[in-house]
Design a protein around this ligand. Structure first.
Ligand code: NOJ
Length: 641
């Protein structure tokens, strides 16, 4: 960066790469293009002037790319600092989280839809596993255009899921077991059935008109070229009000106008209201999208084609993002009354942001301890191999995950903490992505568990991971329920409807219900499930896995128990061994003289173990050979000296 910190056309690529957002953007570009990050370490590349790159790359990027980049970079004046010293212990750094997708977890009343009582009835399963905190995907009142990510009342429960009394009972039941519970807060947008939106529609010039992003115009001219995440433009024409309404997701999910202080106040009030009910925190849905660039300028076409969503540069790290988050933390997340570090009473509720498009350095800017914004982020760069998207049918190479984890850890200071996750309700199952051969299902499930539970960071297990859930064998268009898949099927041009355009990446893979037992509907419901089961393997239900001492479930339990027992495996430093050795992933976790080494074979072939001079004692292993690691084998050792 130049003296003043400003980046301009005279700056070098090195200057851009030394800027936190610049670095993230270049890394992301390289990832999308399938190029190695080493490309930018080349001194010749680093010395290139931005204006030279503009000239050379113009044929590729078209107009405006460099202006877009400079605007984004010059919004950011801070750099994350790298702090040293011991890690401050916080419950959410040491906890193992478990994400429940309530609609698909357990149905207690036979209507085919999972509900709160179903969760209450299965808390033993989570306690048995060793879970410290539950995260529930949305349970709020909703017309369910996007399965609850379209909320019509933040202080009411979706009828199918139960009542506020059920939530209170669930909170109390979690706390009684020493577990915490967090909810999903979807406040980039509401449902179009929310009272605020209904009011805005009734009187767009009144106060609620300012709660949303409405634009005058005529019905044939879109206000800008931004794209929706669920296909088509990010705008809906409201015929009754003669306004365009911005909605980055479904037509029924209008974006809130966070530049309006009244909106920010409402959100903080919702958070406080739930904190008073005992909730321990929130996962904030697409929270980095809340601050949109003033004037809503056209999205750059090159960025749009690269990132799949035109306009994203104007809101993925918007101008007021950091300020709005700090304000929300201050006004909503501080618990009132008597506080102590305990479930239901923590002074500050945990604040976890889902942040698509955010890279390592901007992630640090959002979460560094001394900045008082978010505690953790979910970023997604590790979920696909370079040059691939979720919709591509390919075998994910775990060496990318390894490289990402090593790279990320090398950039963190003691005031940074990260989340560890491979699955959620928006992604296919990781086992299927890596290697769908049933022969490897169990060892691979265990390898993924070890990387997650013994890595440095907070693990978030998605329901079903602990029983090695895999993708569904969808055969027909009618098998899908998710709006994203359905829209993609109908927007995909070129010939007849072809489910291959959604099969690899559909979110429905992870949304089919939990398989509790081998009865007809797998113990999920006594009725007709809202989405069918399209995977019928034996041995991988909760009941079967619980009984099997060699199951993936048993291994999860063992890993979590080990983590609980040893602070080194929770808060300890991480040191990677043989980082360049392909298919071999090994790391030490160390704290106060205690040390563990974990080795994982990332491939389906047998590989040789390297030699360690340290004296090692096995504590948990999935193989037997001393010299080699079998397919996806895991060995956890205690380092004796
Ligand atoms: C991210 C959520 O995880 C996803 O399920 C949802 O569709 C979008 N945000 C919109 O709320």
């Amino acid at each position: 960066m130049t003296q003043s910190g400003a980046i301009d056309r005279a700056s070098t690529i090195g200057d851009v790469y030394d800027h936190p957002l610049g670095r993230d953007i270049i890394d992301k570009l390289l990832l999308q293009l399938g190029r190695s990050q080493r490309w930018v370490d080349n001194p010749i590349v680093r010395r290139l002037r931005v204006r030279t790159v503009e000239r050379l790359g113009h044929g590729f990027t078209g107009d405006g790319f460099i202006d877009t980049l400079l605007t984004l970079l010059n919004d950011v004046s801070d750099s994350p600092t790298r702090t040293t010293g011991p890690v401050t212990p916080r419950w959410w750094k040491e906890a193992v989280f478990y994400q429940v997708y309530p609609r698909s977890f357990a149905d207690s009343d036979g209507d085919g839809i999972g509900d709160l009582r179903g969760i209450i009835n299965h808390l033993d399963h989570l306690e048995d596993l060793g879970i410290d905190c539950l995260w529930l995907s949305p349970i709020f009142a909703s017309p369910n255009e996007d399965n609850g990510y379209d909320i019509s009342d933040y202080r009411a429960v979706m009828t199918e899921m139960g009542t506020l009394d059920d939530v209170d009972e669930l909170i109390a039941a979690c706390h009684a077991r020493g577990m915490r519970i967090i909810l999903d807060l979807v406040v980039n947008h509401t449902s179009d059935q929310h009272e605020w939106f209904k009011e805005a529609r009734r009187d767009p010039d009144g106060p609620f008109g300012e709660y949303y992003i409405l634009r005058d115009g005529d019905s044939t001219t879109l206000p800008n070229n931004w794209a929706s995440y669920f296909s088509g433009p990010a705008w809906t024409w409201l015929e009754d009000t003669k306004r365009w309404c911005m909605r980055l997701f479904a037509p029924g999910q209008p974006d809130l106008n966070w530049d309006n202080p009244a909106v920010r106040r409402e959100v903080a009030d919702v958070v406080s209201w739930w904190l008073e009910r005992g909730i321990d925190g929130f996962r904030l849905d697409v929270i980095n999208f809340i601050s949109k660039r003033e004037g809503l300028p056209e999205g750059n076409e090159f960025v749009g084609s690269l990132m799949e969503f035109t306009g994203v540069e104007h809101y993925f790290h918007g101008p007021h993002l950091h300020a709005y988050l700090a304000e929300l933390r201050r006004d909503g997340f501080q618990r009132k009354g008597e506080v102590k570090e305990a479930p239901g009473h923590d002074p500050t509720a945990v604040m976890i942001g889902e942040t698509p498009g955010i890279g390592i350095e901007t992630g640090r800017l959002l979460t560094a301890e001394n900045r008082h914004e978010l505690d953790l982020v979910f970023s997604f760069d590790h979920l696909e191999n370079p040059g691939k998207t979720r919709w591509d049918d390919y075998a994910y190479d775990l060496n990318h995950l390894k490289a990402y984890m090593i790279q990320r850890q090398s950039r963190l200071g003691s005031g940074d903490w990260v989340s560890l996750f491979w699955e959620n309700h928006d992604n296919p199952r990781m086992i299927s992505k890596v290697n769908a051969d049933p022969l490897y299902r169990t060892p691979l499930g265990k390898a993924l568990a070890a990387i997650q539970l013994l890595g440095r960071g907070t693990p978030f297990i998605y329901q079903g991971q602990e029983i090695a859930a895999i993708n569904q064998d969808f055969q027909n268009v009618s098998d899908f329920r998710d709006i994203e898949s359905i829209n993609r099927l109908s927007h995909h041009h070129g010939g007849p409807v072809n489910i291959d355009v959604v099969r690899p990446g559909s979110r429905d893979h992870a949304r089919t219900p939990m398989r509790w037992d081998d009865s007809q509907c797998h113990g999920f419901t006594t009725g007709e499930p809202w989405i069918g089961f399209h995977e019928h393997s034996t041995g991988y239900t909760v009941a079967e896995q619980q009984k099997d001492p060699d199951s993936v479930f048993t291994f999860y339990k063992q890993l979590i128990a080990l983590r609980r027992e040893h602070p080194a495996l929770r808060l300890g430093d991480v040191r990677f061994a043989y980082p360049r050795r392909r298919d071999y992933f090994a790391w030490f976790r160390e704290l106060d003289g205690e040390s563990f080494l974990t080795e994982v074979n990332l491939s389906a072939r047998s590989i040789r173990r390297p030699h360690y001079t340290a004296v090692l004692r096995d504590v948990l292993t999935t193989g037997r050979d001393e010299v080699r690691l079998g397919p996806y084998e895991v060995r956890v050792h205690r380092v004796l000296s």
